[in-house]
Write a protein that binds this ligand. Structure first.
Ligand SMILES: Nc1ncnc2c1ncn2[C@@H]1O[C@H](COP(=O)(O)OP(=O)(O)OP(=O)(O)O)[C@@H](O)[C@H]1O
Ligand SMILES: [Mg+2]
Length: 475
């Protein structure tokens, strides 16, 4: 480790909310470390004492009198050093107020208490080592252990639970093991201090504004521009449209320049209400027109972004022009696709709309992010014939509401049903996968509780629309 790395690593432990990965190599037991530290401090104190004594002796020989100031300085330096050592030890102990430093101490202690790093035969033999990697994001504590061959596979399996038990024993906090994954040569674990909670929407104050996409999904999880494209699947009455209504309000309130385009395959509630504030399509033809407009908008935005080739920057359209972001919502995609395909049977192959619609949709999903155009697709089922598996990988936000089948588990999350946690569908819960969070498997998603009677959707849209109109006329 270079000196620069050392400084960076030490400083990074103070950045609690920034995702910065910290590595911790453990190759000495605690007793060995304490011994080493005491020897180091003793030598430093002795050097200072000898120095002070020699200087005062020289003074005495030269001027024939003792210089007391040197001893006073020595006393002062020693007390500063003692205080520094005490503060440092406290900060790096399990009593530290800094979560990362506390974690550091706990991980070291765990390795020793569980004898993962077997006691060395001698102090000189310190070549055995394990490595921890840890960071904290969105109140989740991500820990990876690289045991380096010092732990048998059967013991490796026990580590996530053992570490949880150790944390509970050693600290005053609550700990939850959210997820773990046993890989080749490593164990990844995710812990938290409190279980996630559903949001309750009572009024506008429950939404927040931000310059970039940042929408609260639960107390802990946010939908951000890291996962601009989304998929929501669930049987009838599982809460898809309600979740979409929440996302639309949140998206519009997030930034007053944001725009929503809606395609409602069943021409139901969403199509009636969304006309208040944006464009709506119900028929296959209208949907095709809408997606063509958005694709054109995307291409124009790319042209504008690429216009100035002198600058080598990878920014999104919204970041560069502060234009606001655009969201395309497709509710009941299966119904839309079925209708379009049925209508297509009456057309000549070259005039068929669905293949063209589908190609444009894929284009938006794959390329939309940089043009600040996002897509959310929803439906009771989304078979691979209308959304191929490759497109699913581009959908960084994936939610399944209600009961999940084996086919859905594989298609949507690429996991076996047995690997998935169980959600309580009676409380509109589901499973969520969010890209960029370091999750291996989806986790339980507690949908925001949104009751139309508390905050009428149409009324809210009217208010938002009139706010925008008056804002525009002021400009
Ligand atoms: N998050 C929620 N909070 C409160 N009530 C909810 C929530 N989700 C769903 N509901 C209730 O369940 C009803 C059905 O939900 P919703 O219409 O969103 O389901 P859906 O999945 O869109 O069904 P469909 O496939 O039939 O369109 C809603 O009218 C609402 O009363
Ligand atoms: Mg619905």
């Amino acid at each position: 480790m270079t000196f620069q790395d050392f400084i960076n690593e030490t400083l990074s432990t103070f950045n609690l909310n920034k995702k910065s990965t910290t590595y911790l190599k453990v190759n000495r037991t605690k007793a060995q470390q304490r011994k080493l530290l005491s020897i180091f401090i003793l030598i430093a104190v002795m050097i200072q004492a000898v120095l002070a004594f020699s200087i005062s002796l020289l003074d005495y020989l030269r001027y024939n009198q003792m210089n007391i100031i040197i001893f006073q300085l020595l006393g002062f330096a020693l007390s500063i050093e003692t205080i520094a050592v005490i503060i440092w030890t406290w900060l790096h102990s399990r009593f530290s107020p800094n979560e990362k430093l506390r974690l550091r101490s706990l991980l070291k202690d765990f390795a020793e208490e569980n004898d993962i790093l077997r006691k060395h035969k001698s102090d000189i033999d310190t070549t055995q080592s394990i490595r921890w990697q840890y960071y904290i994001e969105s109140n989740l504590i991500y820990i990876t252990l690289y045991p380096g061959g010092h732990v048998t596979p059967s013991r490796t399996k026990e580590i996530p639970q053992a570490l949880l038990a150790f944390f509970v024993k050693e600290t005053r906090y609550k700990w939850f093991l959210e997820q773990y994954h046993l890989g080749d040569g490593f164990v990844k674990m995710i812990y938290s201090h409190k279980p996630d909670k559903a949001l309750t929407v009572k009024g506008y104050e429950d939404f927040r504004q931000s310059s970039d996409l940042r929408i609260r999904l639960t107390e802990r999880l946010d939908w951000t521009s890291k996962q601009p494209m989304g998929l929501i699947v669930g049987p009838t009455s599982s809460g898809k449209t309600t979740l979409i209504k929440y996302l639309i309000l949140a998206f519009l309130i997030n930034n007053s320049k944001n725009k929503v385009y809606t395609i409602d395959g069943k021409g139901a509630y969403l199509s009636q209400s969304m006309g208040i504030i944006g464009d709506v399509a119900i028929s296959g033809n209208d949907a095709y027109q809408m997606i063509s407009t958005l694709e054109k908008m995307m291409n124009e935005r790319y042209d504008e972004l690429n216009h100035d080739t002198s600058k080598d920057e990878d920014v999104t359209y919204h970041e560069k022009f502060k234009s606001g972001q655009t969201l395309l919502i497709i509710d009941e995609y299966l119904a839309l696709a079925t209708t379009m395909q049925a209508e297509d049977k009456l057309r000549k192959p070259a005039d068929r709309l669905f293949p063209q619609f589908y190609a444009k949709l894929m284009n938006l999903i794959v390329k939309g992010r940089q043009a600040s155009i996002y897509v959310i697709i929803s439906g009771q089922m989304i078979p691979t014939s209308i959304l191929p598996s490759e497109a699913r990988d581009s959908l960084g936000l994936r939610i399944v509401l209600g009961r999940i089948s084996q086919v859905q588990a594989t298609e949507i999350f690429n996991s076996g049903l047995s690997e998935l946690p169980s959600a309580d569908s009676s409380r509109y819960e589901g499973l969520i996968f969010l890209d960029g969070l370091g999750l291996e498997h989806p986790i339980v998603f507690k949908t925001p509780f949104y009751d139309d009677r508390q905050l009428p959707f149409k009324g809210a849209l009217r208010v938002l629309n009139s706010e925008r109109c008056s804002h525009r006329s002021e400009i």
